[in-house]
Design a protein around this ligand. Structure first.
Ligand SMILES: Nc1ncnc2c1ncn2[C@@H]1O[C@H](COP(=O)(O)OP(=O)(O)OP(=O)(O)O)[C@@H](O)[C@H]1O
Length: 251
């Protein structure tokens, strides 16, 4: 379980440009839950993910993962349990390195256990098998540089790489924003499968209302740094596109 308790983050505190990006947010997310976060630009979604990942620290409040306080830990320590996939498929992978070398680097970064057992032929076989499950034919291109792949292929591989080391929490920050509709759908379906198969807790930030309705077990709307709406699976399934769009209709 991931618990955020009275989390507040103010940027430029004490200055004329001060902005309360996240304002006294408390929420409890169960293991295996998949939460979609929507909200207008500047409503605090990315800051919330940054606070969970440890890319920024809260001014007030606590964050607990499986009962353990993590809010004072730096991001590199939290990365043992929490991983993040960004909107730009170029982030998180090395374009000039092969697919296999990218998986090697990710494995070594995420889990010292690979250091002990070595990233050997067995590792290559394991990577090939995992990549084959994507159904994109990339298992035959393990030595091809990552930079030669499409954005959708890179996002799909990034997702796989991210979960290889056994995580608790997957943070998806607009992972399909830079993709065409077909690739976006393909990557979202892959993400959904990976989340389910690995029993991960996931948080997805998206501006895409279709994605917000189709995926996830909880839907949260942020506004002005606060959680304005919080729908569980049942309430979420009763929502329709027009209703969610109307949440953004201030005029
Ligand atoms: N590093 C920072 N320094 C100053 N202000 C910041 C910083 N990061 C975010 N903010 C401000 O905090 C508020 C929330 O920003 P945040 O990026 O979390 O919103 P968001 O909901 O993710 O927006 P978007 O949908 O545009 O990505 C905004 O007013 C933003 O300008």
């Amino acid at each position: 379980m991931l618990q955020l308790q009275h989390i507040t983050k103010t940027f430029n505190a004490g200055k004329a440009t001060a902005v309360v990006a996240v304002d006294d947010v408390s929420v409890q997310l169960e293991a295996g839950s998949y939460t979609v976060i929507i909200g207008a630009n500047g409503s605090g979604k990315s800051t919330l993910l940054n606070l969970i990942a440890g890319n920024t620290y809260a001014d007030k409040g606590r964050i607990l993962l499986r009962g353990r306080e993590i809010h004072r830990l730096p991001d590199y320590q939290r990365s043992a349990w929490i991983a993040r996939v960004f909107q730009n498929p170029l982030m998180g992978t090395a374009a000039s390195l092969s697919i296999l070398d990218n998986f090697r680097m990710a494995a070594l970064r995420q889990s010292p256990k690979w250091m002990r057992i070595g990233v050997d032929a067995a590792f290559s076989d394991a990577v090939r098998d995992r990549i084959a499950t994507l159904g994109m034919g990339l298992e035959h291109k393990l030595l091809q540089p990552m930079g030669t792949l499409s954005g959708g292929q890179r996002q799909a591989l990034t997702l796989l790489m991210t979960v290889m080391a056994g995580l608790d929490v997957l943070l998806l920050d607009e992972p399909t924003a830079a993709l065409d509709p077909r690739s976006a759908r393909e990557v979202m379906e892959i993400a959904d499968r990976i989340i389910c198969e690995n029993g991960l807790m996931a948080l997805l930030v998206t501006h895409n209302v279709h994605e917000a309705l189709r995926y996830g077990t909880r839907l949260i709307q942020m506004e002005g740094g606060k959680i304005k709406r919080n729908y569980d699976r049942q309430a979420k399934s009763a929502l329709n596109h027009a209703e969610v769009v109307s949440w953004f209709d201030y005029y």
